[in-house]
Design a protein around this ligand. Structure first.
Ligand code: MEV
Length: 477
């Protein structure tokens, strides 16, 4: 078991095309967002294992000795297959949760317990440790917050248990794991996602693990071949929804009307393939007509998603408002509310974009500015002001730059050039994410850390590293 503090982060994602269809074996195109989830793992020897999730108000502590006595033989170490309903019931028993618990707070804890008990089975005794996870991503909005959570947990636990080597070398500020380690992280993260979502396709955890821009189909992952720089506005309708319920809804519609729904899924697949082809063509020689076709694809997909039953009045509103400004939008992720994306053509004048953002904001939506094609899961050296002695971060030791509220309520998302490797190209001209532009308030873990501003400082620290290219667009420089 490692004895040092681990700081891990993983990105959220945006699906350009293919949500829902990807659950049924079709292609999805997805890109990593530069909004991240951060995890801090601190080993100790107090006989406890603690989980602190400030964004959703969870703080739990278990006695390691008690967990050790439970029969967890149903979790086979290294067995990375879907949990059966019986295994899921057993896990709830271990957690002391009611059988019918299905809210995301309970599921987040179950996912942690599952990964902790399964991955740490390799140890002689279950390790005593504290884990805090906090995020810049809104939960349940279609931006892959649960996948980023599962990826951070899998990466940190596998590293702490020495199932994969810690890639951080002496003198390095940040690093990424090898391809082989990423495969294992992704496999376990998928399991964590299964505990939360039931039957996910695996696209969200894949993007969060590898970062960049990906094509995903039935577990087969490949990088988009140098997609062009696309500007996209990301809007959160703030309507809460459940991915699990929406995915189940599409499944039952498919079972009820196979002749009608299967062709919709096939058509969405064709949209993803056409978009992929077009992005390739645009990389070679971008032309204004390409944007018109991309807009047509967005409209067609949005209609299909509505026909699948995953639309929402708030998303219709988003599409109408952007259409009134001559722009085209679709939902991203599971739908039913959550987030939508709007393509910003390069010919757009700034005032037009500002006017549209204003109109969206007055609907009660949040829109904001970031870049996509961000690095996948990374490990970062603890900030120099963080004591490695095992003490929690204290206010006196933390002098982070002040976090300021975003000055604008809207932001544009840029899909920057990404090479075939799946990781964004090192790009000297790339604008680093500004530490002061954070679209969501960062919740702090309660207790000493909340006084310290530790998690907030960590997010800022990561962004500063990125801006200094210590965590390059490739993750490591
Ligand atoms: C959720 O981000 C995307 C869905 O296609 C579900 C999945 O792929 O697991 C709706």
């Amino acid at each position: 078991m490692l004895s040092e503090v681990l700081l891990v982060s993983a990105p959220g994602k945006v699906i350009l095309h293919g949500e829902h269809a990807v659950v049924h074996g079709k292609v999805a195109l997805a890109v990593a967002l530069n909004l991240r989830t951060f995890l801090r793992l601190q080993p100790h020897s107090n006989g406890k294992v603690g989980l602190n999730l400030p964004n959703i108000g969870i703080q739990r502590v278990w006695d390691v000795a008690k967990l050790q006595m439970l029969d967890t033989s149903f979790l086979k170490q290294g067995d990375v297959t879907a949990l059966t309903p019986e295994q899921m019931e057993k896990l709830k028993e271990v957690a002391g949760f009611p059988e019918d618990c299905a809210d995301h707070e309970h599921l987040a804890v179950l996912s942690f317990l599952y990964l902790y008990l399964s991955i740490c089975q390799s140890q002689r005794a279950l390790p005593s440790l504290d884990i805090a996870v906090w995020s810049e991503l809104p939960t349940g909005a279609g931006l892959g917050s649960s996948a980023a959570y599962s990826v951070c947990l899998a990466a940190a636990l596998l590293t702490a248990c020495k199932e994969i080597p810690n890639p951080l070398k002496d003198g390095e500020a940040a690093s990424r794991w090898t391809e082989e380690s990423l495969e294992l992280i992704n496999k376990w993260a998928f399991q964590g996602e299964r505990v939360i979502h039931g039957n996910p396709s695996g696209v969200d955890n894949a993007v969060s693990t590898w970062g960049g821009a990906l094509r995903y189909q039935q577990g087969k992952i490949s990088s988009l071949n140098r997609p062009p720089a696309l500007k996209i506005l990301l809007t959160n309708t703030k309507v809460p929804r459940s991915t699990k319920a929406l995915v189940a809804g599409v499944r039952s519609r498919l079972l009820k009307f196979p002749e009608i729904v299967a062709p919709l899924l096939t058509s969405i697949d064709a949209i993803s393939l056409e978009c992929e082809r077009l992005l390739g063509e645009m990389a070679a020689a971008p032309a204004p007509e390409h944007y018109l076709v991309l807009e047509e694809l967005i409209d067609m997909n949005q209609h299909h998603l509505n026909a699948l039953g995953v639309g929402h009045a708030s998303l219709d509103r988003l599409c109408q408002v952007t259409m009134a400004h001559g722009l085209h939008s679709k939902l991203t992720g599971a739908g039913g509310g959550g987030c939508g994306i709007t393509l910003l053509r390069p010919d757009l004048e700034r005032p037009e974009v500002e006017a549209m953002k204003q109109a969206l904001t007055s609907c009660g939506f949040d829109c904001w500015e970031t870049s996509i094609g961000a690095p996948g899961v990374s490990v970062t050296r603890p900030p120099p002001w963080t004591p490695l002695s095992g003490k929690p971060w204290m206010a006196s030791e933390m002098k982070p730059p002040r976090h300021e509220a975003p000055s604008r309520s809207s932001w544009a998302l840029e899909l920057s050039s990404v090479p075939a490797s799946g990781h964004p190209a090192p790009d000297a001209d790339r604008e680093a994410p500004s530490p002061s532009v954070t679209p969501f308030p960062l919740a702090m873990p309660p207790g000493p850390q909340s006084e310290s501003g530790g998690p907030e400082a960590m997010s800022v620290f990561y962004n500063v590293l990125w801006s200094r290219r210590a965590v390059g667009p490739c993750g490591v420089l």
